[in-house]
Ligand binder design. Sequence first.
Ligand code: ADP
Ligand code: MG
Length: 206
Amino acid sequence: MTDLDPIQWLSAFAALAEDNAELLTELDAAIGDADHGSNIHRGTAAVVAALTETAPGGPAETLKQAGMVLIRTIGGASGPLYGTFFLRFAAAVDSDSLDAATFAKAFRAGVDGIVARGKPETGDKTMYDALAPAVQAFDERLGEGADFAESLDAALRAAEAGRDATILMPARKGRASYLGERSVGHQDPGATSATLLVRAAREVLR
Ligand code: ADP
Ligand code: MG
């Protein structure tokens, strides 16, 4: 049974954030304040730096530390949301390895944490529109007997579809909501970075 290495996951997320920082900032320039790329890049780079400075602990400890660093360093609306995701994710990890069943439980807990924090609903044009379908697809595929990688594949496809669907949504949360209907036609930056988070997990599990 394959496990997801949290350090590899966080490192892959940081690498994707770096590669996509310009895109994320362009998306945020259209409907926000043009800082999402630099926010996510700065935050994930700080996580990688913190992980290399401290002695490696178990997955729960690593992911909790990541959450705290993200809250400190991302800023904006997305900092507390990503930070809460990882803190709640970590709190739900009760084993020494991130196997598929543990990931399923923790992924759901993390996304529930985003809901508790930001009160996003489906269709509000936020990161939740990528993450909620991803959690659901992961659980469904795992429940059907798929392995970890196949379930992450389904989660990634669902996140991508959810991200793409934000283009047609008027924003109802965060800065983009000030634009109302004028936000229609633009892909949500947070849904885009959230899809990178799922993609990172998929890439390191290969
Ligand atoms: P800021 O809007 O403060 O500049 P960022 O640009 O880093 O912060 O992040 C913007 C992203 O945060 C949005 O694209 C959206 O996906 C997400 N977001 C904003 N508010 C909420 C919320 N209440 N719930 C969930 N996600 C949110
Ligand atoms: Mg912004």
